[in-house]
Ligand binder design. Sequence first.
Ligand code: THU
Length: 162
Amino acid sequence: MAEKLEFKLEFEVFQQEELNAQDLGLLKKAREATNTSYAPYSGFNVGAALLLEDGTIISGSNQENAAYPSGMCAERTALFFAGANYMGKKILSIAIAARHSDSSLYMNVAPCGSCRQAMLEYENLQNLPVRILMQNADNKIFISPSVENILPIKFTSINLQR
Ligand code: THU
């Protein structure tokens, strides 16, 4: 009989009214960032906002391209900006929101696999969990306590060691 491994993912689910002021502020920045999205091909506007340890908030949005794979997700736009301009500053939380271009209603959103991988790199580097706040439809907000929680079978620098 093959051994069976099970992984448990943990989320907290909040109504918007239940969020603390800092989390709500960050989520609002992610929502605002959907307005700076350049998404003429998918029509799916995504915004991300990062909270750094010194209180700085960095926003990003998805930036698409006529050569489709050359575009970039909102999360990595914000993450790489933080890496390039705030090196060494820890990232406490990342909020994500998305809507269709022709609507003000927010849709369910969760970071894609490539963004999870990029987030994991920084989480490991800073040795501190990065919380992920995901805006869902129905005004619910899902909070993951870390990146690892949503990428449990992971590839990291440890895998590169001989
Ligand atoms: N997208 C993001 O920016 N973040 C996500 O978490 C999911 C997908 C973007 C990529 C592309 O511009 C559009 O949404 C449709 O996939």
